[in-house]
Design a binder for this molecule. Structure first.
Ligand SMILES: Nc1ncnc2c1ncn2[C@@H]1O[C@H](COP(=O)(O)OP(=O)(O)OP(=O)(O)O)[C@@H](O)[C@H]1O
Length: 583
């Protein structure tokens, strides 16, 4: 059953490839150094304007003055250049864009703006363009090519694109650019300490919010747009101080935001942009009430009066239906199959009895060590089902000579952050995690994801394995499967087939025996591309789908995608009850 040799080679290759590049870790927090001073509102596009005689800001100077409050803006690129000289050409322009070239793209909705091929084609403004260069983003990824023009046109968007394909920039760029060029509106009087962000980015975990904040700070460096993060488990006082210094874009987890809203320290009255990252997670049962409270029951402008962008790699149809409450005349964009994994990840499934899992993991790690890129740092992320299980496995690994750490919901925020830092730096190259680390985290050099315990939902599997094989790099994912996972067999084998993976015959037999859909919450229909915008469902259409849906298009190849005739009826204009060509 074991495929150790080829597995180890794969791990080694993936490790070598990933180790060839550097990582980045920016400071957390805005890190302003001088005392805050409340000042009158200056619209972002008028902030940080150098006087005509000033030379342009060099790429990597020290702190610059942000003239809104006299504070210092810390250079978020500093760490990249000081400690990680390889956060450079190789890291980002080495992205294997060919891997994305024939990726299918589908859009639906009215008057879909055409995609662009280069950043130069989009008017994002000089300062943002300069930051894109500093990030070494040479050209936009497919989701960026499609989503950015849609958002810049002011349209609401539900976007689904594979893990690691650059969705963060796809929603950050239009927001930053829109704030820079937008008209300033006088703030309504309210409690002196209330702040009025113009954009809100919500994400499901603290670590992901921190990461989005770091990214957004890089993209908005020297633009005058101020980004602040608020998440639970950290002292609120410090976050309040940051907010008081001014905020244009607020990145937050829902719980902490509700707290800030209830204390009237934040008002959503001025929100022009709302982005939900991992939107399907944000709208599933766990989060939906909080999201409804934030979006519908506070003072946020209604859909249509704000611009709303929903992003994820997975979008089950029932969640799409829920999400449509938050959107107005939106465009649905799918890059790759909804909920599919990227072909860049080699997926292995091994049959391992519950009692053999530890020794099997040990074998994998030994083989990885023996074959792996000696001296080069390859990180392994191991997913388990429970917090207790995570602690136990970490302890066992450490006592067997494998430096490991763990991240889960029972650890303090400080411990969680420490664990993540220790993993990223390679100090503990094995991270045992629960699903808290499954979504969104962009950790360079994760060459191997092990599903020690498989999740019960195929979408969770897609997100977990997506921690490797990011930004055009290859990765390896190994899953331990046994009778307890029988309900996943069908979904797993279908997903693997869709992503051109070898499906073991024993898994196909399990799949053939399993009842029901087996795709769990997946929104796709088999391996067919298209028909995933829930508005195209014939059952939905009969109930008045024409109110929602008109037009759309798709292509099997990126090059020929939406450009080939966007418009209300280019997809055929299905009327009520008419089955979509993709169904
Ligand atoms: N145009 C680009 N050129 C090169 N690298 C890019 C580009 N856009 C994004 N990246 C890099 O790709 C990596 C993945 O991006 P990001 O984290 O936004 O993916 P994602 O699609 O949000 O993934 P997930 O679904 O896991 O949240 C990041 O390291 C990012 O810096």
């Amino acid at each position: 059953m074991s495929t150790r040799t080829s597995w180890a080679d794969l791990a080694a290759n993936s490790a070598a490839e990933n180790a060839a590049t550097g990582s980045s870790s920016a400071n957390n927090g805005v890190g302003a150094t001088s005392a805050p001073a409340r000042s009158t509102y200056v619209p972002p596009h008028l902030r940080n304007r150098p006087a005509a005689s000033d030379p342009p800001a060099p790429a990597n100077t020290g702190p610059v003055t942000n003239d809104r409050s006299g504070e210092q803006e810390v250079n978020p690129f500093e760490d990249d250049d000081d400690t990680e000289p390889a956060f450079s050409e190789q890291e980002n322009s080495g992205i294997n864009f060919e891997a994305y070239d024939d990726i299918p793209v589908e859009t639906s909705g009215e008057n879909v703006p055409p995609p662009v091929n280069t950043f130069a084609e989009i008017d994002l403004g000089d300062a943002l363009n300069q930051n894109i260069r500093r990030c070494k983003y040479v050209k936009p990824t497919p989701v960026q090519r499609n989503a950015i023009p849609i958002s810049l046109a002011g349209r609401d968007l539900m976007a689904c694109a594979q893990t690691g394909s650059g969705k963060t920039a796809a929603f950050c760029f239009p927001i930053i650019s829109g704030i820079m060029t937008g008209q300033s509106v006088q703030k309504p009087p309210r409690g002196a300490r209330t702040v009025y962000p113009l954009a809100l980015i919500l994400s499901p975990t603290r670590e992901l919010s921190m990461q989005i904040h770091e990214e957004a700070r890089k993209f908005s460096y020297q633009t005058g747009v101020r980004v602040v993060v608020a998440y639970g488990g950290a002292p609120i006082s410090q976050q309040l101080r940051e907010l008081e210094r001014g905020v244009d874009i607020l990145v937050a987890t829902p719980g902490r935001l509700v707290d800030l809203l209830e204390r009237a320290r934040v008002s959503l009255q001025m929100i022009r942009y709302l982005a939900l990252d991992e939107a399907d997670r944000m709208l599933d049962m766990g989060f939906e009430p909080q999201i409804r409270k934030i979006v519908e029951q506070m003072d946020m402008p209604r859909p249509g009066a704000r611009q709303t962008m929903l992003f994820s790699a997975t979008f089950p149809k029932e969640i799409q239906r829920l999400a449509s409450d938050f959107l107005s005349n939106y465009i649905f964009l799918a890059v790759g199959r909804v909920g599919s994994s990227t072909d860049l990840i080699v997926q292995r499934v091994e049959f391992v009895h519950e009692s053999d899992k530890r020794s099997h993991l040990m074998d994998l790690l030994h083989a990885q060590r023996a074959n792996g890129a000696q001296g080069k740092q390859a990180l392994t992320l191991v997913f388990v089902e429970t917090k207790k299980g995570a602690d136990a496995l970490e302890h066992w690994l450490c006592s067997n000579g494998f430096p490991a750490t763990t991240i889960h919901g029972d650890r303090s925020q400080q411990e969680r952050e420490l664990a993540l830092r220790s993993f990223k730096s390679g100090h503990t190259p094995i991270l045992v995690a629960t699903d808290v680390a499954a979504r969104g985290l962009d950790i360079p050099h994760v060459s191997h994801v092990v599903n020690f315990d498989l999740p019960n939902d195929i979408d969770d599997y897609v997100h977990r394995i997506g921690r490797t094989g990011r930004a055009g790099k290859s990765g390896l994912a190994t899953a331990f499967f046994n009778e307890n996972n029988a309900s996943m067999a069908r979904a797993l084998s279908e997903l693997m087939q869709e992503s051109n993976q070898e499906v073991p015959s024993w898994l196909s037999r399990f799949a053939a025996r399993s009842f029901g859909g087996g795709r769990n919450r997946r929104s796709g229909g088999g391996g067919r591309f298209g028909g995933r915008d829930f508005r195209r469902d014939s059952s939905f259409s009969r109930g008045g789908g024409s109110d929602y849906y008109s037009g759309g298009n798709s292509s099997g190849g990126y090059g020929a995608s939406s450009g080939g005739g966007y418009g209300a009826s280019s997809g055929g204009g299905y009327g009520p009850g008419v089955t979509s060509a993709w169904d």
